[in-house]
Design a protein around this ligand. Structure first.
Ligand code: IDC
Length: 476
């Protein structure tokens, strides 16, 4: 992995020397191939990663919205790190024209990859809701996809969209239920057929599996998980319909699952109606890592299409955008604007490589303390080119004392008052000293403070100072 990092860095440097453009710092160029460790999607250098992006609508209906211009707008305009390609199986999708849809998916995958975004291929089963009902077609499709895209570091596979209990039969405008329940065991049997087929051809790609009841996760998964590395479980929410507990139940202290939210909207689950931006923001906050498991959950939003707003408020583009062929912020619907805001803010925080943080300060023990400006912004430049991607951050404290400190104590706290580092020294002589702290985990962006206190008899001198860790993605 280290070699790969170095090789990519070397290639990037050569390209940069020739072209000197900024567009090379893309989600894929920074993060490389992704994998799953524990609950967390990680980048090639082993740092947690959260991708934020969009899902297409059904290819059979809205492929006119997927052009070079629109894909590029998703990345540079909306800030998408990932595009999910929703290829319906039924409802006029794949089964109607397997060769046509397969080649359309393949073209899109490579276009998305060429822009430096991750591409997620979605076998979008919906009605009927049992993925096993199309097992033979799924085998053909996935074996083709894994052959076509093997080894491409930006490709991920979502093997079934939303398992559910409906059949394809409609009576009185409603789907009829299957005679059995599409529970986790039923879905797992499908996954146990498809995943080994993909792995045999493309061993390292992340694979995401749909979950019961329209991908709402399920308590039985943790007791009967998929037995492969690099797999994740699908979670979907529609904020105006679903409660936050649909997610918080699965990122608790026990029974948490590695989750990928491949579809969400601020609307009702029908994709229509008033947006619930407040609840959507709460879901997004939880997915950013603010949950008991501390899991950063990647997401794609439904959907990049211009279905008339009068019919579908989850459509991110205003009516007739796609026939006009121009993609910019002025063509975004309220949902589209909300998604863009949440792709861009907070700013990308991709971390690959090591960093050095050096807050220096002076503390003068007896008689005076000399504080430095406060707070201090510590900028950390992240770069793939650091030689050892497994080494963590480094924080160097520098302090000057006059007189001898019988005891000297340095503590570092988060702004939530949690102590994350402490060291105590005895008999520190007059002069300037440095103390190197190598945190055991990477420091997240944000505000911290440290205290340094020296004691000499009854005389105590104490200095408190805040510092701000701000990681930067590499700017070539
Ligand atoms: C909806 C589309 C709608 C289309 C319908 C077809 O928005 O235009 O007519 O599918 O079945 C999902 C599904 C997704 C749905 C979406 C909104 O994964 O296919 O798309 N939704 O209903 N799960 C929850 C909501």
């Amino acid at each position: 992995m280290e070699k790969k990092c170095r090789f990519m860095t070397a290639v990037m440097s050569v390209i940069l020397a020739v072209f000197s453009v900024n567009i090379l710092a893309t989600p894929v160029s920074i993060n490389g191939r992704l994998h799953v460790t524990g609950l967390q999607l990680m980048n090639e250098c082993g740092s947690p990663v959260q991708l934020r992006g969009v899902s297409t609508h059904g290819l059979q209906w809205f492929s006119s919205c997927l052009t070079d211009a629109s894909l590029s707008f998703m990345q540079t305009g909306m800030g998408a790190d990932i595009v999910r390609i929703a290829m319906y199986v039924d409802e006029g999708g794949y089964l109607n024209n397997p060769a046509g849809f397969t080649s359309q998916v393949d073209t899109l995958v490579d276009k998305i990859g060429a822009l430096g975004m991750y591409a997620l291929i979605d076998w979008h089963i919906l009605h009927p809701g049992d993925p096993n009902l199309h097992l033979a077609d799924a085998r053909t499709f996935w074996e083709h996809e894994a052959t076509q895209h093997k080894g491409k570091n930006f490709v991920m596979y979502e093997i079934c969209n939303e398992p559910n209990n409906t059949s394809a039969t409609i009576v009185n405008n409603a789907y009829v239920n299957l005679t059995y329940t599409v529970n986790w065991a039923v879905i797992k049997s499908y996954a146990d057929d498809i995943i080994p087929r993909i792995r045999a051809l493309d061993p390292d790609a992340v694979i995401i599996c749909g979950t019961p009841n329209y991908s709402k996760l399920d308590a039985t998964i943790a007791t009967n998980p998929l037995n492969y590395p690099n797999v994740m479980y699908t979670f979907h929410f529609y904020a105006a319909t679903h409660p936050l507990t649909n997610l918080t139940n699965y990122v608790g202290l026990t029974g948490a699952l590695p989750i990928f939210c491949t579809e969400w909207a601020a609307t009702a689950s029908s994709g229509t109606g008033t947006l619930d931006l407040v609840k959507a923001a709460s879901f997004i906050d939880i997915m950013s890592g603010n949950n008991l498991a501390g899991e950063k959950i990647s997401w794609c939003s439904w959907s990049f299409a211009d279905k008339p707003q009068s019919q579908e408020t989850s459509a991110m583009l205003l009516d007739n955008t796609c026939s006009g062929g121009v993609y910019d912020v002025s063509h975004l619907s309220p949902e589209g604007n909300f998604v863009m805001q949440n792709c861009l803010n907070p700013a990308k925080n991709f971390m690959c490589g090591t960093s050095t943080i050096t807050p220096t300060f002076t503390v003068t023990l007896t008689p005076t303390i000399t504080p430095t400006p406060n707070p201090k912004v510590v900028k950390v430049t992240e770069c793939r080119s650091f030689p050892n991607p497994t080494t963590g951050d480094k924080v160097t404290f520098q302090y000057t004392i006059t007189g001898i400190a019988e005891k000297l104590e340095i503590n570092v706290y988060t702004f939530g008052e949690r102590k994350i580092y402490s060291t105590v020294k005895t008999t520190v002589k007059e002069g300037t000293h440095t103390e190197l702290w190598i945190p055991t985990t990477r420091l997240a962006n944000g505000l911290y403070y440290y205290t340094i206190a020296g004691t000499n008899g009854t005389n105590v001198s104490r200095h408190v100072e805040a510092f701000f860790v701000q990681r930067q993605i590499p700017t070539p």
